[in-house]
Design a protein around this ligand. Sequence first.
Ligand code: 13P
Length: 247
Amino acid sequence: MRKKIVAGNWKMNLNLQEATALYNELNQTNFPNDVKIIVAPPSLYLSQFSRNQNYLSLASQNVNDNEKGAITGEISAEMLSAINLNYCIIGHSERRALFNETDAQIKSKLDLLLKNNISPILCCGETLKERESGNASTIVLKQISEATKHLSPEEFQRVILAYEPVWAIGTGVTATTEQAQEMHATIRTYLTKIIGDNSTEISILYGGSCKPTNAKELFACKDIDGGLIGGAALKADSFIAIANSFS
Ligand code: 13P
């Protein structure tokens, strides 16, 4: 049975004091046993927090697409693995848009993560313009296939997918449950075509203005296995409420 997952992407928020307080509070929280809880703080804090992983698992928000070398300011998959990280977000729309990340780079990141025993949380999602022109599912499936089409079913099972419609990120506009479930079902159908029965084991998270008031309805959908949370992950009470939203 695939995992239920709630992951918090803190992005470039929270100073060290705030981040430590939030991490410690979440790390002492008794989350539901059947929900995997992951947080992705700014990378600067990962090493410190990783010594104290209790109820929480840690994710990096990024990794470089090269193994090592003269690439000032970057962090490799091997470095993340050395501090016992189990997850890493890749392909987030903010990185695609702000840093011009390509599908080819995202594929390299994914390969390096798998090689270092880190599960990639691969993000995909269309812009409003792409949705309005009727191309949303083509765009989303292309983003997934470009990064994963070379994987064996066994390798694919170590990947977590996150559907994050760009128009819903940080805007307060959530996809309706119908829109979200429809895209998740499209992704699941694609996965079944590619990797057969193994597709039922892949968790597909929803992200984009997910909050305590809409999480229950979203998580009740057949193909939505949890959430990748931005703004609402920055406060313990709202993040905990979301983690408790599975029926
Ligand atoms: P918001 O929850 O703030 O919309 O952000 C979603 C997101 O980008 C998570 O990666």
